[in-house]
Write a protein that binds this ligand. Structure first.
Ligand code: NZQ
Ligand code: ZN
Length: 401
């Protein structure tokens, strides 16, 4: 296990009916900007519930900024950042999923990058995004009300922003982006369409795999925790499909997704993230949901990199899929392939794609992905920093059919 420092300041308020605690969590005199997406927060009544809690006490002044897209757009977010300055906002409350929370984190970070006229400098904000670690020393305080378990954004300091005009979908991070608190009410996920529930399970699953499926680091706590998170998703995925209104299942899925990317299982261990970097380009180019790009790429990445990942693949087969080869008649390659097939079948059981063809793409889609990977400097990916464009190309070619 490598040296590490683990710091996570996010206060989590978990459970049904917890939105009313906003009256205690948001400063009573705050000038609050509530941010939300395309309409689900309004449609589901969550926005009204949030506003009722904020007006239950104190003298808060409330503003709203809606329309943050799935895969939040840079240009939209900069309008919200201008509003933060224009209305002297001192608390941003994100109501939604990863897109709204990520977008609001970015707004909180770049709002201080102002021109003389008080608007936020688009060039400085773009430079901040492309530098990955956003170089600012102050940010607007942020809280979140999570409505879709998937990304873990509610308990981490990172995010992803899309800039369609520049054909870019880029990750960013800064410790100032940790939400002060996140309210996780599992009842709020009951209105999710099934495809989004499945997206969330897949995104959380691959988050764990990015931090687990690398090479042994004697990280027994992280490995055992990761394997448990994977097994919970394998169990609860089909269950929630059968019983969509079962709140107990929703609770486990919600907390698993948060734990999958709050830094804990990633501390002190090598991490990959190749699947995600290739996935971001597939979303940016072809509009495929984030999670579905991952279920397309991961199985082919596992096959392409089975030699460098062999020991963890065998551990994954044994501890997650109980492939123990009792008769001793399976080769290591056969055990590994069996685990990859189990992974594919799990994704398929949730109605998720596992090939580019499942998303209507063929090998002609590959050159543009490689071009954007190169433009975004994604040419030495993975736990060994050796996954160059040729490796990404082979992974994508494997993923066609
Ligand atoms: O836009 P609205 O109307 O709110 O509808 C949303 C959106 O269309 C809908 N939705 C959300 N909660 C709902 C609901 N519909 C009904 N009932 C509810 N309770 O679901 C759709 C998807 O929402 P979105 O926020 O885009 O989904 P998700 O949470 O999966 O976020 C995806 C974004 O997160 C980024 C992805 O790249 C993508 O941009 N990620 C963020 C990460 C992080 N911060 O650590 C890591 C991840 O790997 C990921 O990259
Ligand atoms: Zn993800």
């Amino acid at each position: 296990m490598n040296n590490f420092e683990y710091y996570n300041p996010v206060r989590i308020i978990f459970g049904e009916g917890q939105i009313k605690k906003l009256s205690e969590l948001v400063p009573e005199q705050a000038r609050v900007l509530i941010t939300y997406g395309g309409g689900s927060a309004k449609r589901t009544g969550t926005l009204d519930e949030v506003k009722a809690a904020l007006t239950a006490n104190g003298t808060r002044t409330i503003f709203e900024f809606g329309g943050i897209e799935p895969n939040p757009e840079f240009t939209t977010l900069l309008k919200a950042a201008d509003m933060v300055n224009r209305e002297r906002i001192d608390f941003i409350l994100a109501v939604g999923g990863g897109s709204v929370i990520d977008g609001s984190k970015f707004v909180a970070l770049v709002s201080s990058l102002t021109e003389a006229d008080g608007t936020v400098s688009r060039e400085q904000a773009w430079a901040a995004l492309t530098s990955y670690v956003v170089k600012v020393d102050r940010a607007v305080d942020l809280g979140a009300v999570l409505t879709i378990p998937a990304t873990g954004s509610e308990m981490n300091a990172g995010g992803v922003v899309n800039y369609s005009e520049r054909h870019a979908k880029l990750p960013f991070r800064n410790p100032l982006a940790y939400p002060k608190f996140s309210i996780l009410d599992p009842a709020k996920t009951l209105t999710l369409p099934e495809n989004q529930v499945m997206n969330g399970i897949a995104d959380a699953y691959v988050h764990v795999m990015e931090q687990y499926l690398t090479y042994p680091a004697n990280a027994k706590v992280q490995d055992a925790f990761s394997e448990s998170l994977l097994k919970i998703l394998i169990e609860e995925g089909p269950e929630v499909k059968q019983q969509p209104s079962n709140i107990e299942i929703r609770k486990n899925i919600m907390w698993t997704a948060t734990m999958a990317l709050n830094g804990l299982i990633g501390s002190g261990v090598p991490q990959d993230w190749t699947t995600h970097m290739i996935g971001h380009e597939l979303t940016s180019l072809y509009g495929i949901d984030h999670a579905r790009t991952l279920t397309i790429v991961l199985p082919s990445l596992m096959r392409e990199l089975k030699d460098s990942k062999k020991e963890k693949l065998l551990q994954y087969a044994r501890n997650v899929w109980a492939i123990t080869n009792p008769q001793g008649n399976m080769s290591e390659d056969e055990i590994i392939e069996a685990a990859i097939v189990e992974t594919e079948n799990f994704f398929k059981s949730l109605g998720l794609p596992v090939r580019l063809a499942d998303a209507g793409l063929d090998e002609s889609a590959i050159p543009a992905v490689l071009k954007q990977l190169k433009e975004h400097g994604m040419v030495a990916l993975g736990e060994h920093k050796q996954n160059d464009l040729a490796v990404s190309q082979r992974i994508l070619e494997r993923a066609v059919n």
